[in-house]
Design a protein. Structure first.
Lengths: 811, 600
């Protein structure tokens, strides 16, 4: 019986049922995306970072200032070594018309291209590699880019004085996975003898040797044994996998999306609550009728609960079904790659349960009113008396203010509390908006215009305006928040990339290179020789973090740093062998000038004093500045990169560098091109945030409209009465439009300042992911988002043709 | 507003017109999009590439030449005979390429290369010398796998088809002769005569068939050998920056090239890699394989004995195969010797690290500009190589190999022994060379070999261009020497009571194939009968002389080791230089060793 009643209730209001189920489904999908996104991005970054070496454990490669080619013979006698794969890896320019394109050539002995990992072939036959030493495997992406098919050929030029061209023939085309996961530049797999011939004819050389350690052996000990062999003293012997770096990269990509996704999910839940709240009068009446015919409170509650449960369950099921599709779409947008991923059933179940339970609780909230009133009150629908709402709002506002103070004044409070505060400030907006609407109402009733008076009375008496203002306040705030976040992140990113856009990275050079020769290239205004690599930094109170080393005192001239520590002190500190950190490290972990940090470079750990703090968004603050001399003394590192600052077209300047020094095998690439994968991925993240912002705005609008649709059904008698009383149709339309305006304006007036607070909380919440940004609020985007939403809501009566539905009806 | 009938009708007409327009557009789009023409198949592409190649190759020889020219067009060419011959050769090459394993894109690239200026120049050169062939291969970028396949294919095709090709050429030219007008007539007549002469020098079909059988049996082994030769040639390189051993060492010192500023350890890695590659390649050349190859190449040499190979480059290549057939079985030993000579690369110090002493010397030597210092340090390097070699191979080992060479009976190996022995005698500065009987025999043998070679070369040149007086003179002189040697031998044979070698011709001709065959018979019989008289005595004497010299060097090992341990000499006046020069004077074999293994 209870079930039948619940079902009947759902069928009686199909629109509300559908809206609720949709909202829950979207919430479940967004929860799943939130839970799974970082893991999926981590898997992708892991695949990209391990693309080169598969399941190898140790890599022996060239060392700046050291050797460029490596022997493999000594490795076979090292204890703990299971297998050795010697390869050659070098860059060459594709022969052809048009812009120069770098390719990465990877050669394997005997053409055994699957030595490190399997290759998924989409065309051709990999066994044909045995036919000839100039056979190669390329990626689908490269095949498409250059219009290459099976048995087609292409040629490359190495960076030698002879400009010797070497020809290759495609025998297989592979999926964009495995070796080709990032494929930037395009990777070509072939014979090491053929690849070596790009550099010199005759003989085969290897410059990347991968070692697989026997199961159970200690990788770091095997690495040490290899590093101790004299033949490898001038080479880098490092562990292949840097999980810290992979985590950092994954986190940087997923954090903004995770938080944006959470915002969308919460809005959906709020939407569910509001949809149910909008029908509370009808529910109260229904409950009263059930009570009158003998229904006990328990049974009535059970019926409503079952109704909510059915909605939650339906929403959870549908949400689970669409979750995978939405997740795949988000991954595709962010990573721009057809990557395979697995759906974690546990996470999907957790998302479904979370969404369902949250929606269930939200839908039951309005029932508090039902059971706190008498049957008569429920039937008659007597208005609320008392100031409970005002007190509750005031209490929430006060609590939020206190929490905000704690967050911003107490050291170390930022993070999880910020996320909570973000929700609280939005809740405050939702609760305060009705009061502003009522304020407008009071102002309106003193007008002479009948339409205005009617609008004012509706605002004061009817729930729909206040409810709409709450919905709009939440939606508008979150929309402004996301648009601001989008604007914030893109402007940060633009600042970051604008610093890089005139830089050229020149690698594969000797540490004793004469930089003045590079400075003589037309278009180059500065050249900085430095160590440019990664390290792991840690300190008291700070977890290990992978950072980029800017290994030169002249790194200060690369970008416009902000100096928390005066520049002279920073320069002096670098000369004294100290390190300079980004301000984000101080903000996030409290590491400051005078503290000590540990730097781990390829397993060698050294302790350094922090000599100063600077600030820049370079690498999201994940960098450390150290002088080259200090790195040389402490780690035996030599400068391995020259950073050129160029005027004009950096592409042209890079080409000029390549051409001028063709005989030296330099690899010169504009910095933005060198970090193309990262910049592209970040741009995609921002696009996703923008997409979510638009989606959320539309969702907020939809929820607001749904509310309008639901409540208008109950106010038809009132409209008829007004028309009968002499109010014109235009007047009635004006009244409804004004009512909408009260709701929208109230929401807007609150949403703008609240979104600024929410932005501050969001920025602070990103600290949970190890990200730090200074406070920025783009008022223009917030105002624009708010105005658009407001205008769209105000225009609803006109656009929806409310006037057509006006009529004087007897009942 | 109500529509009038007229308006409705107009509307319908307009709508119909628009609909027809859209339909027509859609049909046009469909037709344009549905292009049923399939892309060309691989066979079609291959045929087109070969056609293009033939066209470009002919154009490289002469801009006016095209494949499949009509008779009326051929007969008016200035060099119509040469044209017909060129067409036959390009056809042969095209057939070899078509039946090879080269992928179609490579053929297309070859065809495209033949069309540009560089390609044309190289192709034009290939008529005259085989170096241009190697350059062409390098320029097109074929691999050793390609080269071995093409090399074998070409060799086989030449053996199989050349007789038929020139017979057909003669017939074709005779067919055109009556129709040729203008200056082409003279060329045609000369070409016909030439073809007749060439055809007259051909061997019999039975010999061709047996050679083909031997080649087919040794196909894979020959390809293995060709791959090795090609790879080795790449390793040694030509001296340009970035190319091969010589280039690498040279450019490393000058700060250029891919491994500019190469460190000692990098050079070590590269050189040991080269040696490892050499050893690996050597292991593939088993005794059985080499025996197959030797047999096949000897048969090829026999098959073409007396044949006037018309194209110089082909002649050079076949000649090279001839030398290869003599020495191919020594390749594994030579590889072992080279590895032994460079084993100094692996010297380690007390700390277990490589000393890089040899590498440093190589780098310094490559960078040296002073010729005197270059020469002195070259000897020091040779001392090091000998020192390493002597660690692996005792004097008894080398003596054993020398004796084996002497007992092989191979005339070319014998010549090498004679040269070595003579060198050990004449390069000892303080002694006057006493012309012993053995030395005289060696000198004579060398001269005979020289004139025998000259005789065969002269015969070829004469057949191809009898009108050139010089060719006839050389033929007469060289044939005269052969016959005089036979007469001298006959005196000894008669004295020994043996049948003399029958000499039935003189060096005055007439110079026909029969005459040539006769002289060649006399030559072979003379050599064989002379060997029977002397037995292995002369080669054995030569081997003993070389062994004696080597013994002296081995006995002087202490001094040689001391010199080997010297660092790089930077002062021509230093006492070390005097010691080096003295060692050189007393160890002539050492110098020969250095020249053989280190000079390039």
């Amino acid at each position: 019986m209870t079930f039948a009643l619940a079902l009947r209730s759902l069928k009686a209001k199909p629109l509300r049922t559908l809206a609720s189920v949709a909202a829950i489904a979207v919430a479940v999908a967004m929860f799943f995306c939130m839970f799974s996104f970082e893991g999926a991005v981590y898997d992708y970054v892991y695949a990209v970072e391990t693309a080169d070496f598969g399941d190898s454990d140790i890599i022996i490669s060239q060392k700046s200032g050291g050797d460029r080619i490596a022997p493999d013979d000594p490795l076979y006698d090292v204890e703990g070594v299971e297998s050795v794969t010697a390869t050659v890896s070098l860059y060459a320019l594709l022969d052809g018309e048009g812009e120069e394109e770098y390719l990465r050539l990877r050669g394997f002995d005997g053409g055994e291209v699957e030595s490190l990992r399997d290759i998924d072939v989409v065309a051709g036959d990999i066994s044909r590699m045995a036919e000839n030493t100039d056979c190669v495997v390329i990626s689908e992406r490269m095949a498409e880019r250059f219009g290459l098919g099976i048995d087609d050929s292409f040629s490359v030029r190495g960076m030698t004085a002879t400009g010797r061209s070497v020809h290759f023939y495609v025998v297989a085309i592979a999926e964009n996975s495995g070796y080709f996961a990032s494929d930037s530049p395009y990777t070509v797999l072939g014979y090491s003898s053929r690849m070596s011939s790009v550099m010199l004819s005759g003989g085969t050389v290897h410059n990347e040797i991968f070692v697989k350690v026997t199961e159970g052996a200690d990788i770091s000990k095997v690495r040490e044994r290899i590093a101790a062999i004299p033949e490898y003293s001038a080479l880098t012997v490092a562990e292949c996998l840097d999980l810290g770096y992979i985590s950092t990269r994954a986190r940087n990509l997923s954090a903004p999306v995770t938080i944006a996704g959470a915002a969308v999910a919460l809005l959906c839940i709020a939407g569910v609550a509001l949809v149910f709240t909008s029908g509370v009068r009808e529910r109260r009446a229904y409950a009263a009728k059930l009570a009158l015919v003998g229904g006990t409170k328990k049974r009535i509650f059970a019926m409503f609960a079952l109704e909510s449960a059915l909605l939650a369950a339906a929403g959870a099921v549908i949400g689970s079904l669409v979750a995978v599709g939405i997740f795949a779409l988000m991954l595709y947008i962010v990573l721009s790659s057809a990557m395979s991923f697995s759906v974690n059933a546990a996470l999907l179940f957790a998302a479904a349960v979370t969404g369902a339970l949250t929606a269930f609780a939200a839908s039951l909230y309005p029932l508090v009113r039902v059971f706190s009133s008498t049957a008569r009150e429920n039937l008659v629908g007597a208005p609320e008396k008392g100031r409970a709402g005002l007190f509750a709002t005031a209490a929430l506002v006060l609590a939020t203010l206190v929490s905000l103070c704690v967050e911003n004044l107490l050291p170390g409070a930022k993070g999880a509390l910020s996320a909570v505060n973000m929700v609280l400030v939005i809740a405050c907006a939702a609760m305060a908006a009705p009061f502003i609407v009522k304020g407008f109402g009071r102002l309106a009733i003193s007008s002479r215009s009948p339409s205005v008076i009617v609008a004012g009375v509706s605002a004061l008496r009817e729930r729909r305006a206040t409810r709409a203002s709450s919905i709009l306040a939440v939606g508008m705030t979150m929309s402004m928040l996301l648009f601001t976040a989008w604007s914030l992140t893109t402007s940060v990113f633009s600042d970051f990339t604008s610093e890089f856009e005139d830089m050229i990275l020149v690698t594969n050079l000797s540490s004793d290179v004469d930089v003045s020769e590079l400075e003589e290239v037309e278009g180059v205004r500065g050249a900085h020789l430095m160590v440019w690599r990664q390290a792991v930094i840690s300190a008291d109170g700070m977890e290990e973090k992978t950072v980029n080393i800017l290994g030169s005192a002249t790194a200060l001239e690369l970008v416009e740093f902000e100096y928390a520590t005066p520049r002279e002190e920073v320069v002096a500190a670098l000369a004294e062998g100290k390190v300079i950190l980004d301000g984000s490290v101080r903000e996030l972990y409290g590491v400051d000038k005078g503290d000590f940090v540990l730097l781990d470079v390829d397993g060698e750990i050294r302790r350094f004093e922090v000599g100063g703090i600077v600030r820049h968004n370079l690498f999201n603050g994940s960098y450390v500045i150290v002088s080259a001399e200090t790195l040389g003394e402490s780690f035996g590192l030599s400068a391995d990169t020259v950073v050129l600052l160029a005027d004009g077209d950096v592409g042209d300047v890079a080409r000029e560098v390549r051409s001028r020094f063709a005989d030296r095998n330099y690899y010169a690439l504009p910095a933005l091109a060198a970090y193309e994968w990262d910049t592209r991925a970040l741009e995609n993240v921002f696009d996703l945030i923008a997409a979510l912002a638009f989606m959320l705005t539309a969702l907020a609008y939809a929820v607001a409209i749904a509310n309008v649709v639901v409540v208008r059904a109950y106010s038809e008698r009132t409209r008829s009465t007004l028309l009968c009383a002499g109010l014109s149709r235009n007047g009635l339309l004006a009244s409804e439009t004004l009512e909408h305006a009260f709701s929208a304006t109230s929401a807007f007036l609150l949403a703008l300042p609240v979104s600024a607070l929410a932005t501050m909380c969001l920025i602070n919440a990103l600290r949970m992911f190890g990200l730090y940004f200074g406070f920025m609020f783009d008022a223009a985007s917030a105002v624009a988002a708010g105005l658009v939403l407001s205008a769209a809501y105000i225009a609803v009566p006109v656009i929806a043709g409310f006037k057509r539905g006006y009529g004087m009806r007897r009942n | 507003m109500r529509m009038t009938e007229r308006t409705k009708k107009s509307t319908r007409i307009v709508a119909l017109f628009v609909a027809l327009l859209l339909l027509a557009g859609a049909v046009a789009v469909v037709f344009a999009a549905c292009d049923d023409t399939p892309p060309p198949s691989d066979a079609e592409r291959r045929a087109a590439a070969l056609e293009e190649l033939e066209k470009n190759v002919l154009a490289a020889f002469d801009e006016k030449w095209l494949p499949d020219m009509e008779e009326s067009e051929i007969v008016v060419l200035d060099e119509c005979g040469s044209y017909v011959e060129a067409v036959l050769w390009t056809g042969l090459v095209a057939e070899v390429l078509d039946s090879s394993a080269l992928v179609t894109s490579k053929l297309e690239r070859l065809a495209a290369f033949a069309a540009d200026e560089e390609g044309k120049a190289l192709i034009s050169e290939t008529r005259y010398n085989s170096d241009a062939v190697i350059e062409l291969i390098d320029a097109v970028g074929l691999t050793s796998v390609d080269m071995s396949g093409l090399g074998f294919g070409f060799l086989r095709a030449v053996v199989e088809d050349i007789a038929g090709m020139y017979s057909s050429l003669k017939t074709t030219l005779e067919g055109y002769y009556g129709k040729v007008v203008g200056p082409g007539q003279q060329d045609m007549a000369a070409a016909i005569e030439r073809a007749e002469r060439i055809v007259s020098t051909m061997g019999d079909e039975e010999e061709t068939a047996s050679t083909l059988a031997a080649l087919d049996e040794a196909e894979e082994d020959i390809k293995t050998l060709l791959t090795f030769i090609f790879d080795f040639e790449q390793i040694l390189g030509t001296g340009e920056s970035g190319t091969g051993l010589v280039g690498l060492i040279g450019s490393a010192s000058s700060g250029e090239g891919a491994l500019a500023g190469i460190s000692d350890s990098e050079m070590q890695v590269w050189l040991t890699g080269v040696l490892d590659g050499l050893a690996e390649a050597g292991e593939k050349l088993t005794e059985e394989k080499l025996a197959n190859v030797k047999n096949a190449l000897l048969q090829v040499e026999e098959c073409f004995d007396g044949f006037a190979q018309p194209v110089d480059a082909v002649y050079d290549i076949l000649d090279s195969f001839g030398y290869l057939s003599s020495f191919v079985d020594e390749i594994p030993l030579l590889i072992d010797y080279a590895i032994a000579a460079f084993s100094g690369l692996y010297d380690r110090g007390e700390d277990g690290a490589y000393t890089y002493a040899l590498v440093r010397k190589l780098k310094a030597l490559a960078a040296e500009e002073d010729e005197d210092l270059k020469e002195i340090n070259f000897i020091v390097l040779a001392a090091e190589a000998f020192s390493s070699f002597a660690e692996e191979y005792s004097v008894e080992d080398t003596e054993k190999e020398l004796r084996r060479l002497a007992e092989s009976g191979d005339s070319r190996k014998n010549m090498l022994l004679y040269l070595g022995a003579l060198f050990t005698k004449v390069s000892v500065a303080d002694e006057d060379v006493e012309m012993t009987e053995e030395l005289a025999a060696m000198v004579l043998a060398l001269l005979r070999e020289l004139f025998d070679d000259m005789f065969h070369t002269s015969w070829r040149r004469y057949v191809l261009a009898p009108e050139v007086k010089r060719n006839e003179n050389r033929l007469r002189v060289s044939a005269g020497f052969v016959l005089n040697m036979a007469e001298s031998l006959n005196d000894i044979l008669i004295e020994n009571g043996e049948e003399p070698v029958e000499v039935t011709v003189t060096n005055s001709g007439p110079y026909t194939k029969e005459w040539y065959d006769e002289v060649a018979r006399i030559e072979k019989e003379s050599v064989s009968r002379a060997s029977a008289v002397t037995g292995n005595a002369v080669p054995s004497s030569a081997a003993d002389m070389i062994a004696e010299s080597l013994k002296e060097s081995y006995a002087d090992k202490e001094r040689i080791n001391r010199i080997a341990a010297m660092g790089y000499i930077t002062d021509v006046e230093s006492p070390a230089v005097a010691e080096v020069e003295e060692m050189l004077r007393e160890n002539p074999m050492f110098v020969l060793f250095a020249i053989l293994f280190l000079q390039n």
